[in-house]
Design a protein around this ligand. Structure first.
Ligand code: ADP
Ligand code: C5P
Ligand code: MG
Length: 253
C-alpha cells in the first residue's frame, strides 16, 4: 500500500540523526498459536540469533512487553485469574504506537520487560532496540487498532486450531509462567477464549499471509524468510552478505 511506498527504503537524516526505515512485519494469531516460535525460527534462519543486539539486521519485539502496569486492585484480581489480559485495553497502546513510530523513524528505542509470573513489568530492566532493517512485532492483538495496524508493511497471521493452542498453552503456562492447571483452564474459559473470538480472530482478515499450523509449516516460514532475505539485499546498503541459505526441498514423487 501507500505506507510501504512512502516509508520503506528511506535512508536519510531525520532530526540530524542518521535514520533507516525498517521493514515492519506484524505477526498475530491466537494465544499459543506459535507466534513467538515462528519469529524465533525466522531469526534463526536469517542467522540473527548469535549476533550481538547492536548488530542485528532483524529484530523481534513482543506485544507482551507493553502490558500495562496493574493497580493494586487489578493485581489481586490477576492473581486469582480474574483479570482480562486478552482485552485490547490491557496493553499500553499509546506506548506501542509511539515505539513503532520511533522504530519507523530509525530511532533507537527502549522497551520494557515483562514478567508473567508476577503479572508486572520488571523494574529497572529495559531492552534497547537498535535500528534494524527488518522488525518483527508479534502479539495477540497487534492488528486490533487501525492506527497500529496501518504501520505494518506486511501482516502475518499464525493460524493454529484452538484445541492445539489450548493443549500447548496449558503446559507452557504451568512450566514457564508459574500457573497451575485450574488457573490456566479457568482463565482460558472466562477470558482467553471469548476475547480471542471477539478481538483477535476478526483481525485475521487484515493479514497478507496466513500461516496454517504455525512453526510446523516450514514451507511458509521458508517463503517468508526468503522474502525478508530479498528485502535485506534489495535495500540500499546491502547489509547481509553471502548466499541465501540452502533450503532442502522434500520430493514426494
Ligand atoms: P505464541 O507466542 O503464539 O503464544 P508460542 O510460540 O509461545 O506461541 O508457542 C506456544 C507453546 O507451544 C510453546 O511452549 C512452544 O514451545 C510450543 N510450540 C510452538 N510451536 C510448536 C510446534 N509446532 N510443535 C510443538 N510445540 C510447539
Ligand atoms: O504468547 P501469548 O500470545 O500466548 O501471550 C499472550 C497471552 O498471555 C494472553 O492470552 C494472556 O492471557 C496471557 N497473559 C497471562 N498473564 C499475564 C499476561 C499475559 O496469562 N500476566
Ligand atoms: Mg508468545
Amino acid at each position: 500500500g501507500t505506507v510501504r511506498k512512502m516509508s520503506f527504503g528511506f535512508n536519510g537524516k531525520i532530526n540530524g540523526v542518521e535514520g533507516k526505515t525498517p521493514f515492519l512485519i506484524g505477526v498475530s494469531g491466537g494465544t499459543a498459536s506459535g507466534k513467538s516460535t515462528v519469529c524465533k525460527r525466522i531469526m534463526e534462519k536469517l542467522g540473527q540469533v548469535d549476533k550481538d543486539h547492536t548488530e542485528r539486521q532483524v529484530v523481534c519485539i513482543s506485544q507482551d512487553s507493553f502490558y500495562r502496569d496493574l493497580t493494586p486492585v487489578e493485581k489481586i484480581k490477576a492473581e486469582k485469574g480474574q483479570y482480562n489480559f486478552d482485552h485490547p485495553d490491557a496493553f499500553d497502546n499509546d506506548l506501542i504506537l509511539q515505539t513503532l513510530k520511533d522504530i519507523l523513524l530509525g530511532n533507537k528505542c527502549e522497551i520494557p520487560a515483562y514478567d508473567y509470573r508476577t503479572n508486572s513489568l520488571i523494574k529497572d530492566q529495559i531492552t534497547t532496540i537498535y535500528p534494524a532493517d527488518v522488525v518483527l512485532f508479534e502479539g495477540i492483538l497487534v492488528f486490533y487498532f487501525p492506527k497500529i495496524r496501518d504501520l505494518f508493511h506486511m501482516k502475518l497471521f499464525v493460524d493454529t486450531d484452538s484445541d492445539t493452542r489450548l493443549a500447548r498453552r496449558v503446559p507452557r503456562d504451568i512450566n514457564e509462567r508459574g500457573r497451575d492447571l485450574d488457573y490456566v483452564l479457568n482463565q482460558y474459559m472466562n477470558y482467553v477464549k471469548p476475547a480471542f473470538e471477539e478481538f483477535c480472530l476478526p483481525t485475521k482478515k487484515f493479514a497478507d499471509v496466513i500461516i496454517p499450523r504455525g512453526a510446523d509449516n516450514t514451507v511458509a516460514i521458508d517463503l517468508i524468510v526468503h522474502h525478508i532475505w530479498d528485502i535485506l539485499h534489495t535495500k540500499k546498503g546491502d547489509s547481509i552478505s553471502g548466499q541465501y541459505p540452502y533450503i532442502e526441498h522434500k520430493r514426494t514423487s
